[in-house]
Design a protein around this ligand. Structure first.
Ligand SMILES: *Cc1c(COP(=O)(O)O)cnc(C)c1O
Length: 466
């Protein structure tokens, strides 16, 4: 390293010096957090000096950078962002948003003691599941219902309860991996169940299941292939056929529906997806699905089906480790209430995003655009474009939603700089780069975020202006 580079590195203040200097400016910031940011800024500066010009920023400039990070990020790590990706169920961005009613129930129940496990009429111990059981029975037609932490937990619990040390027959075409390390064969291994694959990747017939049944078979399992589709020369066995086979051989049938919609969205232009009531109606003994995918509620795993099997799941000690908490229950009850009251399409954000007409999304994009001053618009080559967006969350993988976006960036470099700049704004804006341009997809931008989004664009334009 050159002598002036070494001198520049030596000239940097120490972590301690910077922290002491910043203390009076940031009295409310917990010291460990302040120290962490100071370290981060100093480390970035050292990296810069090692590769760039051999001069380091002075203490004033470094302190200003720390303050900038502190004000930008606020005291909390988990924050609201503007989802301008257009992906309605974006797992990395928290999947489903809660309805106003769900939010209200959540604060009510979280801020006071509740009858979580108390039967108020008898003053005896009640069941936390009772708060949503009736709703789930009504909405799905099932006899029994149970809710756990998430759908992965629901599948694990069901397999552990019904098939520990025994065989579960699954079609090879359904041995899926969905994002976040959920692989059906792995879950099965952990549950102690023995996987018995049948059929081939593209075709599985009823006789494949029938021939695999033996004295050690405990369960026939059907898994929704969620995030992919096999197309072409394919064949799979319907829930109804599997149920018939299960009845003949006295074996329970379970279906992991993944997303699990309660409503048929065909009238809104979506392809047919088996709904939970349909699958229950076909006679499947246990059906599991997520609370925060198409249902549009909080993270949860819902199991509905034959009462006797659901009771066995409830009594499994594993259930205690996978159980749902009261805040989730409060939000889930409110979400299910909306379906029961026939208000889901109007009030559940996920369903609103999915069914919002293109013209309405376009108007929102237009509102963002019209808030940008003319010079900013020109410099960023801002314009309204139409595109296709994905539903996400492993739901409806072949569906592409028509959508409208604000396109930004005159060059690929400008687009990338704007993308980075917008992620640093408050709230952070997450867009997507398509064909070297930044697209801010407005299907998933809340009407209440339009002004903040436009302001963030103006700020990012200023930062990247050269
Ligand atoms: C999404 C999904 C899961 C996991 O659900 P989580 O609620 O995310 O745990 C399991 N199975 C299928 C088929 C899925 O699509």
């Amino acid at each position: 390293m050159s002598a002036d580079r070494s001198a520049a590195l030596r000239g940097l203040p120490s972590v301690d010096q910077l922290v002491r200097r910043l203390r009076p400016e940031a009295p409310d910031v917990p010291r460990p957090r302040l120290t962490a940011i100071v370290r981060e800024v100093l480390e970035a500066e050292r990296r810069r000096v090692r590769v760039g010009p051999a001069v380091s920023a002075d203490a004033d400039a470094l302190a200003a950078r720390v303050v900038e990070i502190l004000t930008r990020t606020g005291p909390f790590s988990l924050r609201a962002v503007v989802n301008a990706t257009g992906v309605v169920l974006h797992t990395n961005l928290g999947r489903a948003l809660l309805s106003p009613l769900a939010l209200e129930r959540l604060t009510r129940v979280g801020g006071a003691y509740s009858n979580l496990e108390l039967d108020i009429a008898t003053k005896e111990r009640g069941s936390r599941y009772s708060h949503v059981e009736g709703l789930l029975q009504r909405l799905t037609g099932a006899e029994g219902a149970l809710v756990v932490n998430n759908n992965a937990a629901a599948v694990l619990l069901a397999l552990e309860t019904l098939a520990h040390g025994r065989e579960v027959i699954v079609s090879r075409g359904e041995l899926i991996e969905i994002g976040g390390e959920f692989r059906i064969p792995d879950i099965m291994l952990r549950s102690g169940a023995v996987l018995r694959e049948v059929g081939t990747t593209n075709r599985t017939h009823l006789r494949d299941y029938a021939e695999a049944i033996g004295p050690n078979t405990a369960l026939l399992l059907k898994v929704h292939t969620s995030n992919y589709r096999v197309v072409g020369f394919t064949s799979d066995v319907s829930s109804r056929e599997l149920v018939e086979l299960g009845r003949q051989r006295s074996l329970p049938v379970m279906e992991d529906l993944g997303s699990g919609s309660l409503l048929d969205l065909r009238s809104h232009g979506f392809p047919h997806e088996p709904t939970v009531p349909e699958v229950v109606g076909s006679g499947v003994d246990l059906v599991s699905f997520s609370g925060d995918k198409l249902l549009g509620g909080p993270q949860a795993g819902i199991v509905v089906g034959r009462r006797e099997l659901v009771t066995r799941l409830k009594k499994n000690p594993w259930n205690r480790a996978l159980r749902i908490d009261k805040l989730t229950l409060a939000a889930l009850e409110a979400t299910l209430y909306a379906y029961d009251a026939g208000q889901a399409l109007e009030t559940v954000p996920t369903l609103r995003f999915l069914t919002e007409p293109l013209a309405s999304v376009r108007r929102r994009a237009q509102r963002v655009l019209s808030r940008l001053p003319a010079d900013v618009r020109r410099r960023l080559a801002a314009r309204l474009v139409e595109d296709r967006a994905q539903v996400g969350g492993g739901a409806l993988p072949t569906v592409e939603l028509p959508t409208a976006a604000v396109q930004l960036g005159a060059t690929p470099e400008a687009a990338r700089a704007l993308d980075a700049g917008l992620r640093r704004s408050d709230p952070p804006v997450i867009g997507r780069i398509v064909d070297d341009r930044l697209l801010l997809d407005c299907r998933t931008v809340l009407p209440s975020q339009v002004a903040a989004l436009a302001a963030a664009i103006v700020t990012a334009a200023g930062m990247t202006a050269q």
